[in-house]
Write a protein of this length. Structure first.
Length: 244
Protein backbone atom coordinates (compact mmCIF):
# COMPACT_ATOMS: atom_id res chain seq x y z
CA UNK A 1 0.00 0.00 0.00
CA UNK A 2 1.11 3.47 -0.80
CA UNK A 3 1.44 5.17 2.55
CA UNK A 4 4.88 3.61 2.91
CA UNK A 5 6.13 5.24 -0.29
CA UNK A 6 7.73 8.15 1.52
CA UNK A 7 6.99 11.49 3.11
CA UNK A 8 6.97 13.47 -0.10
CA UNK A 9 4.25 11.49 -1.81
CA UNK A 10 0.78 10.64 -0.61
CA UNK A 11 0.54 12.56 2.65
CA UNK A 12 2.85 15.45 1.87
CA UNK A 13 -0.25 17.60 1.49
CA UNK A 14 -0.98 17.26 5.20
CA UNK A 15 2.53 18.13 6.34
CA UNK A 16 2.55 21.90 6.33
CA UNK A 17 1.88 22.68 10.00
CA UNK A 18 4.71 22.79 12.56
CA UNK A 19 5.28 19.90 14.95
CA UNK A 20 3.82 20.30 18.42
CA UNK A 21 6.31 20.18 21.29
CA UNK A 22 4.06 18.94 24.10
CA UNK A 23 1.16 16.90 22.75
CA UNK A 24 -0.31 16.26 26.20
CA UNK A 25 -1.27 19.85 27.03
CA UNK A 26 -2.72 20.82 23.67
CA UNK A 27 -6.35 21.80 22.98
CA UNK A 28 -6.76 18.67 20.86
CA UNK A 29 -5.50 16.47 23.72
CA UNK A 30 -8.10 18.16 25.94
CA UNK A 31 -10.82 17.36 23.38
CA UNK A 32 -9.63 13.75 23.26
CA UNK A 33 -9.61 13.52 27.08
CA UNK A 34 -13.30 14.49 27.13
CA UNK A 35 -14.09 11.48 24.92
CA UNK A 36 -11.68 9.04 26.59
CA UNK A 37 -14.09 6.07 27.01
CA UNK A 38 -15.25 6.27 23.38
CA UNK A 39 -11.69 6.76 22.11
CA UNK A 40 -10.52 3.67 23.99
CA UNK A 41 -13.45 1.58 22.74
CA UNK A 42 -12.58 2.67 19.18
CA UNK A 43 -8.80 2.21 19.34
CA UNK A 44 -8.87 -1.06 21.28
CA UNK A 45 -11.90 -2.61 19.57
CA UNK A 46 -12.03 -6.41 19.11
CA UNK A 47 -11.60 -5.83 15.36
CA UNK A 48 -8.33 -3.96 16.05
CA UNK A 49 -7.14 -6.73 18.40
CA UNK A 50 -7.87 -9.25 15.67
CA UNK A 51 -5.78 -7.23 13.23
CA UNK A 52 -2.97 -7.06 15.78
CA UNK A 53 -2.70 -10.79 16.50
CA UNK A 54 -3.85 -11.89 13.06
CA UNK A 55 -6.92 -13.77 14.32
CA UNK A 56 -9.52 -11.51 12.69
CA UNK A 57 -11.68 -13.71 10.42
CA UNK A 58 -10.80 -12.96 6.78
CA UNK A 59 -14.48 -12.51 5.93
CA UNK A 60 -14.77 -9.76 8.57
CA UNK A 61 -11.83 -7.98 6.98
CA UNK A 62 -13.30 -8.38 3.49
CA UNK A 63 -16.62 -6.94 4.62
CA UNK A 64 -14.73 -4.02 6.16
CA UNK A 65 -12.66 -3.50 2.98
CA UNK A 66 -15.76 -3.45 0.78
CA UNK A 67 -17.56 -0.89 2.92
CA UNK A 68 -14.35 1.10 3.30
CA UNK A 69 -14.40 1.66 -0.47
CA UNK A 70 -17.76 3.40 -0.08
CA UNK A 71 -16.46 5.20 2.99
CA UNK A 72 -13.54 6.58 0.96
CA UNK A 73 -15.86 7.84 -1.78
CA UNK A 74 -17.80 9.89 0.76
CA UNK A 75 -14.60 10.89 2.52
CA UNK A 76 -13.47 12.40 -0.78
CA UNK A 77 -16.76 14.29 -0.95
CA UNK A 78 -16.06 15.61 2.55
CA UNK A 79 -12.77 17.11 1.30
CA UNK A 80 -14.77 18.58 -1.57
CA UNK A 81 -16.97 20.17 1.08
CA UNK A 82 -13.81 21.43 2.82
CA UNK A 83 -12.90 23.16 -0.44
CA UNK A 84 -16.34 24.79 -0.51
CA UNK A 85 -16.09 25.83 3.15
CA UNK A 86 -12.67 27.42 2.66
CA UNK A 87 -12.24 31.11 3.31
CA UNK A 88 -8.79 31.72 1.86
CA UNK A 89 -6.40 30.29 -0.68
CA UNK A 90 -4.37 28.28 1.85
CA UNK A 91 -7.51 26.48 3.04
CA UNK A 92 -8.65 25.96 -0.55
CA UNK A 93 -5.30 24.38 -1.41
CA UNK A 94 -5.37 22.10 1.65
CA UNK A 95 -8.85 20.80 0.79
CA UNK A 96 -8.08 20.45 -2.90
CA UNK A 97 -4.79 18.61 -2.29
CA UNK A 98 -6.51 16.19 0.10
CA UNK A 99 -9.34 15.64 -2.38
CA UNK A 100 -6.84 14.97 -5.17
CA UNK A 101 -4.79 12.60 -2.96
CA UNK A 102 -7.86 10.47 -2.28
CA UNK A 103 -9.30 10.51 -5.80
CA UNK A 104 -6.02 10.11 -7.72
CA UNK A 105 -4.08 7.87 -5.31
CA UNK A 106 -5.87 6.36 -2.34
CA UNK A 107 -8.91 5.04 -4.20
CA UNK A 108 -6.62 3.23 -6.65
CA UNK A 109 -4.53 1.79 -3.84
CA UNK A 110 -7.66 0.61 -2.06
CA UNK A 111 -8.94 -1.06 -5.23
CA UNK A 112 -5.55 -2.81 -5.66
CA UNK A 113 -5.53 -3.92 -2.03
CA UNK A 114 -9.10 -5.24 -2.32
CA UNK A 115 -7.99 -7.27 -5.38
CA UNK A 116 -5.33 -8.96 -3.22
CA UNK A 117 -8.18 -10.02 -0.92
CA UNK A 118 -10.22 -11.38 -3.82
CA UNK A 119 -12.60 -8.43 -4.17
CA UNK A 120 -12.98 -7.24 -7.77
CA UNK A 121 -13.46 -3.59 -8.74
CA UNK A 122 -16.75 -4.43 -10.47
CA UNK A 123 -18.06 -5.72 -7.14
CA UNK A 124 -17.01 -2.53 -5.34
CA UNK A 125 -18.89 -0.39 -7.84
CA UNK A 126 -22.20 -2.14 -7.26
CA UNK A 127 -22.02 -2.69 -3.51
CA UNK A 128 -25.07 -2.04 -1.39
CA UNK A 129 -24.14 0.50 1.28
CA UNK A 130 -24.33 -0.72 4.88
CA UNK A 131 -26.28 1.43 7.31
CA UNK A 132 -23.15 1.93 9.42
CA UNK A 133 -21.35 3.37 6.39
CA UNK A 134 -24.28 5.62 5.61
CA UNK A 135 -24.58 6.82 9.19
CA UNK A 136 -20.91 7.68 9.58
CA UNK A 137 -20.26 9.31 6.22
CA UNK A 138 -23.48 11.32 6.15
CA UNK A 139 -22.88 12.43 9.73
CA UNK A 140 -19.49 13.86 8.76
CA UNK A 141 -20.94 15.61 5.71
CA UNK A 142 -23.78 17.05 7.79
CA UNK A 143 -21.36 18.30 10.47
CA UNK A 144 -19.53 20.15 7.69
CA UNK A 145 -22.71 21.48 6.07
CA UNK A 146 -24.21 22.89 9.25
CA UNK A 147 -20.87 24.12 10.62
CA UNK A 148 -17.65 25.63 9.38
CA UNK A 149 -14.28 24.18 8.34
CA UNK A 150 -13.31 23.50 11.97
CA UNK A 151 -16.50 21.49 12.58
CA UNK A 152 -15.75 19.46 9.47
CA UNK A 153 -12.15 18.78 10.48
CA UNK A 154 -13.24 17.73 13.98
CA UNK A 155 -15.74 15.31 12.43
CA UNK A 156 -12.96 13.91 10.22
CA UNK A 157 -10.35 13.72 13.00
CA UNK A 158 -11.29 10.28 14.41
CA UNK A 159 -10.60 8.87 10.96
CA UNK A 160 -7.18 10.41 10.38
CA UNK A 161 -5.84 10.72 13.93
CA UNK A 162 -7.59 7.56 15.13
CA UNK A 163 -5.97 5.21 12.62
CA UNK A 164 -2.55 6.64 13.57
CA UNK A 165 -3.24 6.03 17.26
CA UNK A 166 -4.57 2.56 16.47
CA UNK A 167 -1.40 1.61 14.56
CA UNK A 168 0.78 2.84 17.42
CA UNK A 169 -1.36 0.96 19.93
CA UNK A 170 -1.08 -2.23 17.88
CA UNK A 171 2.71 -1.82 17.70
CA UNK A 172 2.90 -1.56 21.50
CA UNK A 173 0.89 -4.70 22.37
CA UNK A 174 2.70 -7.87 23.45
CA UNK A 175 0.19 -10.06 21.59
CA UNK A 176 0.77 -8.29 18.27
CA UNK A 177 2.20 -10.46 15.49
CA UNK A 178 4.30 -8.68 12.87
CA UNK A 179 5.64 -9.85 9.53
CA UNK A 180 4.43 -12.55 7.16
CA UNK A 181 2.86 -14.54 10.02
CA UNK A 182 0.12 -11.91 10.21
CA UNK A 183 -2.21 -11.59 7.17
CA UNK A 184 -2.90 -7.98 8.22
CA UNK A 185 0.77 -6.94 8.25
CA UNK A 186 0.38 -4.64 5.22
CA UNK A 187 -2.56 -2.86 6.84
CA UNK A 188 -0.63 -2.32 10.09
CA UNK A 189 2.53 -1.22 8.29
CA UNK A 190 0.62 1.31 6.20
CA UNK A 191 -0.86 3.13 9.19
CA UNK A 192 2.28 2.73 11.33
CA UNK A 193 4.41 4.23 8.54
CA UNK A 194 6.29 7.44 9.14
CA UNK A 195 4.42 9.12 6.28
CA UNK A 196 1.00 8.31 7.71
CA UNK A 197 2.03 9.18 11.28
CA UNK A 198 3.35 12.54 10.03
CA UNK A 199 0.06 13.20 8.21
CA UNK A 200 -1.87 12.53 11.42
CA UNK A 201 0.45 14.82 13.36
CA UNK A 202 -0.07 17.57 10.80
CA UNK A 203 -3.83 17.23 11.34
CA UNK A 204 -3.37 17.39 15.14
CA UNK A 205 -1.28 20.54 14.65
CA UNK A 206 -3.93 22.11 12.39
CA UNK A 207 -6.62 21.33 14.96
CA UNK A 208 -4.50 22.67 17.83
CA UNK A 209 -3.99 25.96 16.02
CA UNK A 210 -7.75 26.28 15.33
CA UNK A 211 -8.98 25.06 18.73
CA UNK A 212 -6.79 27.47 20.66
CA UNK A 213 -8.78 30.40 22.01
CA UNK A 214 -12.25 28.96 21.27
CA UNK A 215 -14.94 29.63 23.87
CA UNK A 216 -16.01 26.85 26.25
CA UNK A 217 -19.41 26.74 24.55
CA UNK A 218 -17.81 26.25 21.14
CA UNK A 219 -15.49 23.57 22.52
CA UNK A 220 -18.50 21.77 24.02
CA UNK A 221 -20.11 21.57 20.59
CA UNK A 222 -16.90 20.38 18.96
CA UNK A 223 -16.41 17.71 21.65
CA UNK A 224 -19.92 16.43 20.93
CA UNK A 225 -19.10 16.17 17.21
CA UNK A 226 -15.82 14.41 17.93
CA UNK A 227 -17.53 11.97 20.30
CA UNK A 228 -20.30 11.20 17.77
CA UNK A 229 -17.79 10.56 14.97
CA UNK A 230 -15.77 8.30 17.29
CA UNK A 231 -18.91 6.32 18.18
CA UNK A 232 -19.60 5.89 14.47
CA UNK A 233 -16.03 4.58 13.96
CA UNK A 234 -16.74 2.00 16.70
CA UNK A 235 -19.89 0.97 14.82
CA UNK A 236 -17.84 0.64 11.62
CA UNK A 237 -15.48 -1.88 13.28
CA UNK A 238 -18.45 -3.72 14.73
CA UNK A 239 -20.06 -3.87 11.29
CA UNK A 240 -16.92 -5.63 10.04
CA UNK A 241 -17.07 -8.21 12.81
CA UNK A 242 -20.82 -8.77 12.37
CA UNK A 243 -20.38 -9.20 8.62
CA UNK A 244 -18.27 -12.34 9.11
C1 LIG B 1 -13.85 3.73 8.54
C2 LIG B 1 -12.49 4.26 8.29
N1 LIG B 1 -12.01 5.19 9.13
C3 LIG B 1 -10.80 5.69 8.90
C4 LIG B 1 -10.04 5.28 7.83
C5 LIG B 1 -8.68 5.81 7.59
N2 LIG B 1 -8.63 6.79 6.55
C6 LIG B 1 -9.46 6.88 5.54
S1 LIG B 1 -9.08 8.20 4.52
C7 LIG B 1 -7.81 8.63 5.48
C8 LIG B 1 -6.95 9.75 5.33
C9 LIG B 1 -6.68 10.52 4.36
O1 LIG B 1 -7.20 10.63 3.23
C10 LIG B 1 -7.70 7.75 6.53
C11 LIG B 1 -6.67 7.84 7.54
C12 LIG B 1 -10.58 4.31 6.99
N3 LIG B 1 -9.90 3.87 5.91
N4 LIG B 1 -11.80 3.82 7.24
Amino acid sequence: MGYTRGRDSLFSVFQEAPVTSNPDSTPFAALLARCAPEWKAYCQHAFVRGLADGTLPAEAFRHYLRQDYLFLVHFARAWGLAVYKSRNLAELRQGLDSLKAIVDLEMGLHVDYCALWGIAEAELETLPEARETMAYTRYVLDAGHRGDLLDLHVALAPCLVGYADIARWIEAQPFTVRGSANPYEAWIAMYASEAFQAAAQAERDWLNARLAGQTQERLDGLAATFRDATRLEIDFWQMGLDGA
